[in-house]
Design a protein around this ligand. Sequence first.
Ligand code: KG4
Ligand code: ZN
Length: 342
Amino acid sequence: MSLLLCIETSCDDTSAAVVDTAAAFDAGPIRSSVVSSQHEFHAAFGGVVPEVASRRHAELLVGAVADALDEAAVGWDAIDGLAVTTGPGLIGALLVGLSGAKALAYARRLPLTPVDHLQGHLAASYALGVEAPFVCLTASGGHTLLAVVERGVEFRVIGRTLDDAAGEAFDKGARLLGLPYPGGRELDRLAARGDPAAVAFPRSLPRGFDFSFSGLKTALLYHLREHPDAAADETRRAAVAASYQEAIVDQLVSKTVRCAQDEGLRRVAVGGGVAANSRLRGRLAEACARHGLEPFIPPVALCTDNAAMVGLAARHLPAVAWPDYLGLDAYASEPALDRRTR
Ligand code: KG4
Ligand code: ZN
């Protein structure tokens, strides 16, 4: 047994988890997972306010760590190391988690594993027992990445977004539709009551495996301008939301399936907050069944930001020994991704 206390504070969720990195997936490596959402503190501003997020992380982190240990029914003596997200994300928010992890690891003389947020999302499907190589679509507020996970959390980029991330497309669409923050989840809920074929939004499909969402967002803006009554009538609004969501999901599912076929891989995984979308989950499962692919769709709580995925990724990454990690820094944008070749 090797228990890691994991911390993730890259955006607006303060989360801590205890993960057994030696346990096979069917033994349940995730011993506890605590997520303190800050949504209510940001809702009044219509989005995440970085300074508010950092302050809330500072207030919530110690409690989240204590709850994660409690839920796993272990004390500090049972913990063999820590793992923490070091980027990309909101720099102040990341620094709260990283400083907390360093302090705890230093005090307990434990090693610390720095984890990239994207690799965390990629690793979520390991909770379902996926085996590399596999195709993974990671779609969140900051990323839309289609990759082949070659081994552990090492991946080869196949496609990425040319403009907005898929999560941004959901959030901006939600805002145009007058939905409250957090927009993606609200749009998902509204769309469940609408006809996805009601409005023929454009399917902008860049060549190859890249994605593009900004044209779709503009099409929604124009549609709502031309049909001002659509936003006022609940049935019409649900139909517009469902059609808009369908255009995003179409693009994500079709490219993911084509990538698996092109790469000759059967296993297809998803991760990131957008993978919580009910329509994406349903359509991907259906497309995989139709094309003889095996889907790995983690539970919603493992798709949106959480610390358990940090532990699942840390299993495949080197730990930094005590006290060498004290100089580790956080990073706001992805330094490694641009260097990875297609
Ligand atoms: O991974 P995540 O929790 O944080 C980032 O790393 O960004 O992803 C957040 C994104 C947001 O854009 C949010 O609107 C979107 O995931 N999201 C959803 C759903 N739940 C969260 N988008 C569509 N449908 C959902 N149910
Ligand atoms: Zn994320």
